[in-house]
Design a protein around this ligand. Structure first.
Ligand code: SAH
Ligand code: SF4
Ligand code: F3S
Length: 384
């Protein structure tokens, strides 16, 4: 008989791209084949993102499309799973909103997906049409991921690989859902990280991106991020590597020196500022002010030569005035980033900012968004 196959679509950040490889690796090892065609799949998995309302809306609309597929499919009903950050954010409420979904698995339990699918496959699908609850398995409460899930050898790219160095975040920026869906920080052991890199090198991959919500806070048995970077730099056969994401409050001069000194480390830095207004930065609980950030970028440019500097901005955070917005605008003019990713604020459940009125009108957010985009477009163009 033909192998059973799965379709896997990824939403959200690089961390999710890597998680999808992990899931695909586990399923492939379990005898499944991957397909690009949801129509032929026995299992459809959406690995989701909750970071902004817009990200969730995209998933809900895909889920609705899948339900059509499910009804029209003759004699073949695929299992549908929502996994990742939205799974953790909504838990069993997903089944209420989308009864066609069969399983919901949060980011800390992705290793259980093969077992859950196996269990569900033994249940007669026709029962689900009548809404039998025992068909709904949701696992969203796990802690540390077992190390072996990072070693299945499944990679989506032939030359480049993402390597998770830490999972979770406890910075609790007041707008951000990530600490609630990804849990408290867990650092992987540096020996496991370099072992994973060596395994990928054996497959011909030579470029790497180290991943964490706040890589600069990495700590394991006396190895901090600066030390980790030099360990990775010394892995034989590795040609180039970089890292994502840095939090300004934990970014140090010693990291900049390490960026300058380690020959294989790219000189690029993604350093999200979020706002140029001290009042808004304080409300965001970012732990730095405008001056600290400007000094940091000055030091980066002084010590690390030849890299690109990029950032993230949120516009329309609650109470953001014209004058706060002006501060952000001026900061962009001052720093002259190579690129900026600009987002309109949307309230996220459980976060501190969700308790504030989302009082910047939609049209105003759009106006500010367009102004900043245009400014950054000019700056990016002039830097090319
Ligand atoms: N850990 C990383 C990435 C966080 S999510 C970091 O700290 O930088 C990526 C970006 O999404 C954030 O930098 C922020 O600009 C944006 N973002 C997060 N929550 C948001 C929200 N509620 N509304 C709009 N943008 C948001
Ligand atoms: Fe979210 Fe802040 Fe953590 Fe980044 S550092 S993931 S923005 S809470
Ligand atoms: Fe989204 Fe989760 Fe990444 S919320 S941005 S997929 S950590």
């Amino acid at each position: 008989m033909d192998k059973k196959c799965f379709y896997l679509r990824t939403f959200g950040c690089q961390m999710n791209i890597r998680d999808s490889e992990v899931i695909a690796g586990l399923l492939t090892a379990g005898g499944y084949r991957i397909t690009d065609e949801p129509d032929e799949a026995d299992v459809i998995i959406l690995n989701t993102c909750s970071v902004r309302q817009h990200a969730e809306d995209k998933v809900w609309s895909q889920v609705n499309n899948l339900s059509k597929l499910r009804i029209t499919k003759d004699g073949h009903t695929p299992l549908i799973g929502i996994v990742g950050c939205m799974a953790q954010n909504h838990k069993e409420r997903i089944f209420e909103r989308a009864p066609q979904v069969d399983f919901v698995v949060g980011p800390s339990d992705i290793q259980r997906i093969p077992e859950i699918i196996k269990k569900l496959s033994t249940i007669d699908h026709r029962l689900s049409a009548h809404g039998f609850l025992e068909k709904k398995i949701w696992e969203t409460d796990g802690g540390v991921r077992p190390e072996e899930i990072y070693h299945t050898g499944f990679y989506g790219d032939k030359e480049h690989a993402y390597v998770v160095i830490s999972e979770g975040c406890s910075n609790f920026c007041s707008y951000c859902v990530v600490p609630y869906v990804r849990g408290t920080p867990r650092n992987r052991n540096y020996k496991d990280i370099t072992r994973e890199i060596e395994e990928a090198l054996d497959k011909g991959i030579t470029r790497f991106t180290l991943l964490g919500q706040n890589v600069n806070a990495y700590q394991c048995d006396g190895v901090d991020f600066t030390k980790l970077v030099s360990l990775v730099n010394s892995v034989k056969g590795l040609k180039e590597f970089t890292f994502l994401t840095s939090h300004p409050k934990d970014t140090t001069i010693s990291l900049f020196k390490a960026m300058a000194d380690n020959d294989k480390l790219r000189k690029d830095l993604h350093l999200p500022i979020q706002s140029g207004s001290d009042r808004i930065l304080e409300m965001m609980n970012r732990g730095y002010n405008r001056k600290f950030y400007l000094d940091l970028t000055d030091n980066y440019r002084r010590i690390v030569k030849g890299g690109t500097l990029t950032t993230d901005i949120i516009l329309g955070f609650p109470t953001e005035t014209e004058s706060d917005f002006g501060d952000t605008y001026k900061l962009l003019e001052n720093v002259r980033f190579n690129a900026a990713y600009i987002f309109k604020y949307s309230p996220r459940p459980n976060t501190a900012a969700a308790g504030l009125r989302d009082d910047v009108a939609k049209e105003e957010k759009e106006k500010r968004h367009a102004l900043i985009l245009e400014l950054q477009r000019m700056i990016s163009k002039s830097k090319k």
